[in-house]
Design a protein around this ligand. Structure first.
Ligand code: WT7
Length: 637
């Protein structure tokens, strides 16, 4: 294997060779990668796995602390290099540069704060914070003492927060009093207080003051971040962790309506994030890398924090949104910091592409070397706009396909190495053994012919989630039962004659809106909770900016209740229970939902109606109540 010192594959021939080796002898391949890190004790068994159970263990017997690899390891050679550059929501507020040395001190100090408050190895700590450096400090401090962090996106509702706290039985909640996002100011602590009325396990709440707004504090339970720092030492000896000890839980939506707490462990996740970061983005020593994702999502965990820091890179954290104060914001940031790698989501690209190109022309963005996209399929138009106007035809676009469950990028070009192709995530990274499955559940072997099917993975990669928190049975059912001995992704894909993959979308009850992964069942439950609603079905239809938007078909107990006011109430209810991102674009009251004889809602038909493709309904002969379809079509919105 011809890696240079920092693990990078530099030619397509090298990629081919590495890929081959990684499948023939994964133990050898990943041991070589893992040897680049600091281990307190070396592993004695590289991999054991059985997808039937399912069980996966990497680097067994290995002892380490991921924060020593993300921080301590870099102190000798680059202690004064910026680890994090923070750009605030408001361009007139000052940005913050935090060097590796400074970040190390902050993390050690906050690790002591956690311990002073009784948090121990294995305890769960919920972090509900905006995009400020303290979020990274809090997560790394948890990792330093071996506490399992569970980060909840700050845009989620109090109810969503409470259900996640309850599921993981978190002992502590770390939050901020308030935050800014675009023109909005959000009283985060008040949302926490509401959530805490529905929970019983939280003993301490630590509150970072992002603003000087008055903050409601509960005596004995709530403590200010700064007060706690006053009596915390700034050195801290990292806890010794087993390679397979859980590092974090991160919730993702699921078909059951209840979010699933995906559990990621320490050793494999570290090796996987660092390796994929180094290869996909090909950073060099002085590069400034920016991933615009929120840390509340897996993209932020793996590619704002752990991957870049494990690689010793400089990572940008941006608090704001692309449209505030105006659509210059992203280009301004790229110019200001001379960003070299820029990783974002198709929904942002499409929104930016709608604006005048004069926003871009005002800025020198020639520092860019690599562009990245993640979260949903990137349509050809958005791909070309990104390539022409932002990359100026000179920057490879890495369209990275992966999931909360996979922990790391799975299918993606390696920048400058793999030939890119619009709308294709291209080829699997080393260690990723993809399989395309036909309708009968047989693998469609690759024989240089184009093919279409469901996407599965045949063997484990280091960062695969090991289980669903407290629900291994569900983990087995969702991911390992459709195809025996394989991981099922929930996505469909097209593979061209050269083996390049294009991901075509979900084939289960998950919908992706603006890159957010939402479960239809969760939203439907929220709608059905309304006293006037009998039943509902959520589907998506194509949307210019969001990629997909939500369309809700709702039946009422009493059809005379149908009104615009009720639509508003339903939207409000969804915002409260799930979060504002899950509000449907359209709601249609219907007298009946089309169902199969076995009582399953025919979403396929509702999707066609939502997309106004009424001539293309396909076979409706299996419908129990075929005449309702016409009525729904006639009244569609
Ligand atoms: C689902 C996973 C991975 C971080 C963000 C989303 C879709 C993701 C792509 C892509 C087409 C994509 C898939 C996947 N998806 N990346 N490059 N092209 N679709 O993580 O919330 O767990 O969602 O996002 O449908 O299964 P997530």
């Amino acid at each position: 294997m011809n890696f240079n010192e920092n693990l990078q594959i530099k030619s397509f021939a090298d990629y081919k060779k590495a890929y081959q080796e990684s499948l023939e002898n994964p133990e050898k391949f990943w041991s070589q990668v893992a040897n680049h890190f600091i281990w307190k004790e070396k592993w004695n068994h590289t991999l054991s796995w059985d997808f039937k159970k399912p069980e996966v263990k990497w680097f067994q017997g290995g002892k380490l602390n991921i924060t020593e690899n993300c921080l301590d390891r870099h102190l000798e050679k680059q202690s004064n290099k910026d680890a994090i550059i923070w750009e605030p929501n408001d361009p007139n507020e000052e940005s913050r540069h935090i060097t590796y040395k400074q970040l190390h001190v902050k993390v050690c100090q906050f690790a002591n704060v956690l311990q002073n408050n009784g948090i121990k190895k294995g305890d769960r700590v919920c972090i509900y914070m905006p995009m400020i450096p303290e979020l990274t400090v809090a997560m790394l401090a948890c990792a330093r003492i071996g506490a399992i962090h569970s980060i909840v996106f700050a845009g989620f509702s109090s109810h969503a927060l409470a259900s996640r706290i309850n599921d993981a039985e978190c002992k502590m909640l770390i939050t901020a009093n308030n935050y800014y996002r675009g023109r909005k100011s959000v009283e985060l602590k008040e949302i926490c207080d509401q959530a805490l009325q529905e929970t019983t396990t939280i003993e301490t709440v630590i509150v970072y003051r992002r603003t000087l707004n008055p903050t409601p504090m509960k005596e004995g339970r709530d403590k200010f971040w700064f007060d706690e720092l006053q009596h915390a030492y700034s050195d801290h000896e990292a806890e010794v962790m087993d390679a397979e000890d859980p590092l974090f839980i991160l919730y993702t939506s699921g078909a059951t309506g209840k979010p699933k707490g995906m559990v990621h462990t320490t050793g494999g996740y570290m090796v996987g994030t660092a390796f994929s970061f180094q290869n996909v983005f090909q950073p060099s020593k002085d590069d400034i890398y920016w991933c615009s994702a929120d840390i509340g999502w897996i993209t932020g965990h793996s590619y704002v924090v752990y991957g870049p820091l494990a690689a010793g890179a400089t990572t940008i954290m941006f608090e704001g949104v692309p449209s505030y104060p105006d659509y210059n914001r992203f280009w301004e940031i790229i110019e200001k910091y001379k960003i070299t790698q820029f990783y974002t989501v198709p929904t942002a690209i499409r929104a930016l592409a709608k604006q005048s190109v004069s926003h871009i022309e005002k800025h020198d963005i020639s520092s860019l070397k690599v562009l990245g996209s993640v979260g949903e399929p990137i349509n050809a138009e958005a791909w070309h706009w990104f390539n022409d106007h932002i990359g100026k035809g000179n920057c490879p676009i890495v369209d990275t396909w992966w999931q909360t469950e996979t922990g790391t990028i799975m299918i993606s070009p390696i920048a400058g190495v793999t030939a890119t192709r619009p709308t294709f995530a291209t080829l699997p990274l080393p260690g990723v053994q993809t399989a395309l499955m036909d309708e009968e559940g047989n693998e469609i072997e690759f024989n240089n012919q184009p093919a279409e099917g469901k996407l599965a993975i045949k063997s484990p990669w280091p960062a695969i989630a090991r289980t669903i928190w407290n629900n291994h049975e569900l983990y087995k059912k969702i991911y390992f039962s459709l195809y025996e001995g394989m991981y099922f992704t929930g996505d469909a894909a097209y593979r061209d004659a050269s083996g390049n993959y294009r991901i075509t979308g979900r084939v289960d009850d998950v919908v992706i809106v603006s890159g957010y992964n939402l479960g239809t069942a969760t939203i439907e439950n929220a709608i059905n909770d309304h006293e006037k609603v009998a039943e509902s079905a959520i589907v998506t239809f194509p949307h210019d900016i969001k990629g997909n938007a939500l369309y809700a078909f709702v039946t009422l107990f009493n059809k005379n209740d149908a009104s615009e006011k009720l639509k508003k109430q339903i939207k409000k209810q969804i915002a409260n229970v799930v979060g504002p991102i899950a509000k449907p674009e359209k709601i249609q009251f219907v007298s009946d939902l089309p169902k199969t004889r076995s009582g399953k809602i025919m979403r396929r038909i509702l999707r066609k109606i939502a997309a106004h493709q009424n001539n293309d309904l396909g076979d409706i002969s299996t419908l129990e109540n075929g005449d309702t379809v016409k009525k729904i079509m006639d009244n569609s919105v």
